[in-house]
Design a protein around this ligand. Structure first.
Ligand SMILES: [Cu+2]
Length: 171
């Protein structure tokens, strides 16, 4: 009976460890040219730091066009601007432009949450995951966002059920 409890604790611990590990991503670079951003559309994992480098000969900016946080000062040739996309940003698209050359537009999309690496967790969440995916077929990213949350909720639920079962058997 104890083994079940240990398994639940272990799988929960593995979940908690794997989620931050999956969302802790590296760094990416966007080149600012005269007069475009390269790449114009970038997808990053949550936690990624993106650095824009002005490799053109004109000054440029990186400025959100939709009220989000991207807001560099004027970047002279060689200047850089960095922004870290947080876990909370998963599923969001950051559209931005150069305010000096408004025809220069681009975007960064933050992918939906970390990948699940725990087999038991992905098995227990697959029914609800496919359900949420069918609800919003146009937004695959937001379906991914809720995966870690669904897995966490499912694991906590499993843990509570296991504890109840253990208590009943003990009495
Ligand atoms: Cu510009």
């Amino acid at each position: 009976m104890r083994r079940l409890l240990y398994l639940v604790i272990l799988s929960t611990a593995a979940m908690l460890i794997s989620v931050p590990a999956a969302s802790a991503q590296d760094e990416m670079t966007v080149s600012i040219q005269d007069f475009f951003f390269d790449p114009g559309q970038l997808t990053v994992a949550p936690g990624t730091t993106v650095t824009w480098v002005n490799e053109g000969e004109a000054p440029h900016t990186v400025t959100s066009t939709d009220g989000k946080q991207l807001d560099s000062a004027t970047l002279q040739p060689g200047d850089t601007y960095s922004f870290t996309f947080k876990d909370d940003d998963a599923g969001e698209t950051y559209a931005y432009q150069c305010t000096i050359h408004p025809q220069m537009t681009a975007s960064v999309t933050v992918s939906g949450g970390g990948e699940m690496t725990t087999p038991s967790a992905s098995a227990s969440t697959s029914p609800s995951a496919s359900a949420s995916a069918s609800v919003s077929p146009n937004l695959p990213d937001t379906g991914g966002v809720s995966l870690p949350l669904l897995a966490a909720v499912a694991l906590v639920g499993l843990g509570i059920l296991a504890l109840i079962a253990l208590r009943r058997r003990a009495t």
